[in-house]
Ligand binder design. Structure first.
Ligand SMILES: [Zn+2]
Length: 268
């Protein structure tokens, strides 16, 4: 599932390969992915314009369009990926985080597409069809982006209430961009139990969580996504912690399946 690093990869693909190209057609006929817009509404807003800039905050991605046109909001959902295909068959996509890797040229699951005047296309390819395309999406309800959050903002995000720390890390209004896998990696790196209530975290633990967040996001960005992170391959029954060989423990925290080291991450 795309988290901050995967969405950043999609944003950077758009920035490198789609900005400034004249949009001559739009396939917005998937009325589920494009809800609440009726077919033709997004098309009418985009044809004749160009994507002018690509922005990201947390897991939300949006593009400005030329001449102060509508803003194109793109949510990758559970399995979405941005693919830009050129008329000559060349292709650039947002990284390989799919199980059973898609073969280049396979656009069976294209749910939304822009066609440019040179015949190239930008597609949302999404097997599970849980992505979302909207005009003028609200982004101000999101918290600060986890990749660039300041220490003061991070402390503020982890302050208030008694939520388990993992639930707070997943709360996109507190801190934007962290999903289930990134949260488990951050807590493991910081040696903090996922169910520790935020009001019981020490200043030292908050500092370790901030460092772990920065390191995990940077590592996932440089290595191709959250599936490359250190503890992710050890989130299964019978696995041992890659740091101290203690058994990995499993539970549900913040409504999500959670794995942690039974020896290093203890409630305190
Ligand atoms: Zn351990």
């Amino acid at each position: 599932m795309p988290e901050l690093p995967e969405v950043e990869s999609a944003r950077s693909v758009i920035e490198r390969a789609a900005l400034g190209r004249l949009i001559v057609d739009v396939d917005d006929t998937d009325s589920y992915v494009c809800r609440p817009h009726p077919p033709g509404e997004i098309r009418a807003a985009l044809v004749g314009r160009r994507l002018a800039a690509a922005h990201r905050r947390g897991k939300s991605l949006w593009c400005d369009t030329s001449d102060v046109g509508a803003v194109l909001g793109i949510h990758l959902g559970m399995s979405g990926k941005i693919v830009i295909a050129d008329a000559d068959g060349g292709e650039i996509d947002g990284g390989d985080y799919w199980e059973g890797r898609r073969v280049a040229g396979d656009y069976r699951w294209s749910r939304f597409a822009l066609t440019f005047d040179d015949g190239g296309r930008m597609m949302l390819v999404d097997p599970r069809r849980l992505g979302r395309i909207t005009l003028d999406p609200p982004v101000d309800r999101l918290g600060p982006d986890a990749a660039i959050i300041t220490p003061a903002a991070f402390r503020a995000a982890l302050t208030g209430g008694t939520a388990p720390v993992k639930a707070r890390l997943l709360d996109q209004r507190a801190l934007a961009g962290i999903g289930n896998l990134l949260a488990d990696e951050i807590l493991w790196r910081a040696r903090v139990h996922p169910a520790q209530p935020v009001d019981e975290l020490t200043a030292r633990e908050v500092g370790k969580l901030l460092r772990a967040t920065r390191e995990a996001v940077a590592a996932a960005l440089s290595d191709g996504g959250v599936h490359t992170l250190t503890v992710i391959p050890f989130r299964h029954a019978g696995a041992l912690c890659p740091r101290d060989r203690a058994p990995m423990a499993k539970g549900t925290v913040g409504g999500r399946t959670t794995w942690w080291c039974s020896a290093e991450q203890v409630l305190g």
